[in-house]
Design a protein around this ligand. Structure first.
Ligand code: ASP
Length: 319
């Protein structure tokens, strides 16, 4: 789905919200698969899902898989909402947020990290090498360098040019990224049936310097619990943070909801309480049986799902 098609669906927003305010609609997902290994990622991140599944087919576990997957858009300069090539904040600085969580319930995150191409791998190091969950800003950078990560210029000519154009408008209006490639939230279920998740982003374009979104916050941008399954988010981080959507989805699944029902309820919580006009939040969920769900405010939400058993890569535009 290209940007034009995606944005043209905004007309569906009003109808979608009306539906959400009323009775919950059970949405049948014709593409639903079950079993493992399985990987699901926000947006059309096929390269990431493929990298993740390949990692598992070569013996990696779910944690290795989500890291491998998240690293794909992080290194892609054409993906302007993650890692290298990400759009900067309003001061022209590329600042990155990421988190990772494994089947043992361990978690790591970095926020407001500059100059490092793979924040998801730094987040994994925070999880594995420190007693902490989150490192931020200069401290996160220092830790990354100590761990052997290299300092890189993340602002590409393309992103710099767009930022300079934006500056000319002289209006502070941080923009959500609506493109096909966007913040990646990724969940994987490995051959042993263990689940892990990761989320990585450069955040809202032209945000205030220092702004941190939902993506690195455990329970907001991503959450997994190996007893139940996992969930991840993309969209306006402030809305996800205020409702702790990924944690909510996992808890709803624990209490019997399907992944689809849980994603719908998490979106409903947002639209009930907040003005979401023009905004987008999309959730993905994967349970321990490999069943998935996806739902967003705009009703249409591309994502990539790869299920190895049937050797199928699916991209569902909407459910
Ligand atoms: N959730 C991200 C943030 O608020 C942005 C996005 O998904 O586009 O930083």
């Amino acid at each position: 789905m290209n940007r034009k098609t995606f944005l043209s669906r905004t007309a569906l927003l009003a109808a979608g919200l009306a539906g959400l305010r009323g009775k919950a609609q059970a949405t049948h997902n014709p593409n639903s698969l079950s079993g493992h290994p399985a990987v699901i990622a926000t947006w059309d991140n096929r390269g990431a899902t493929e990298a993740a599944i390949q990692r598992m087919l070569k013996g990696g576990n779910a944690l290795d898989a989500v890291e491998a997957g998240a690293r794909v858009p992080e290194a892609d300069p054409e993906d302007q909402s993650v890692g290298y090539g990400g759009r900067p904040d309003r001061d022209g600085k590329v600042t990155l947020d990421a988190c990772i969580m494994d089947a043992k319930g361990r978690a790591g995150a970095v926020t407001f990290l500059q100059h490092i191409m793979h924040p998801v791998s730094v987040a994994r190091k925070v999880m594995e090498e420190t007693p902490h969950v989150t490192l931020s800003g200069a401290g996160a950078l220092r830790f990354a360098l100590e761990q052997g990560f290299e300092k890189t210029e993340l602002l590409t000519g393309k992103s710099r040019g767009q930022w300079e154009e934006w500056l000319k408008k002289g209006v502070y209006n941080p923009a959500i990224n609506h493109r096909q490639h966007d913040t990646i939230g990724i969940l994987a279920l490995d051959a042993q049936g263990h689940i892990a998740g990761a989320c990585t982003t450069s955040g809202l374009s032209y945000k205030m310097h220092g702004r941190v979104g939902d993506s690195p916050v455990i329970g907001a941008g991503m959450y997994v619990d190996n007893e139940v399954g996992g969930a991840c988010a993309t969209g306006i981080g402030e809305l996800v943070l205020k409702t702790l959507g990924s944690f909510l989805i996992v808890e709803l699944m624990r209490n019997g909801s399907t992944p689809q029902e849980a994603c719908e309820e998490a979106v409903r919580r947002i639209v009930k309480k907040y003005d979401t006009r023009g905004g987008q939040v999309g959730y993905l969920a994967l349970n321990k049986n490999g069943e998935h769900g996806a739902f967003s405010i705009r009703k249409t939400f591309p994502y990539a799902l790869y299920q190895a058993k049937e050797n199928r890569l699916l991209k569902a535009g909407h459910l």
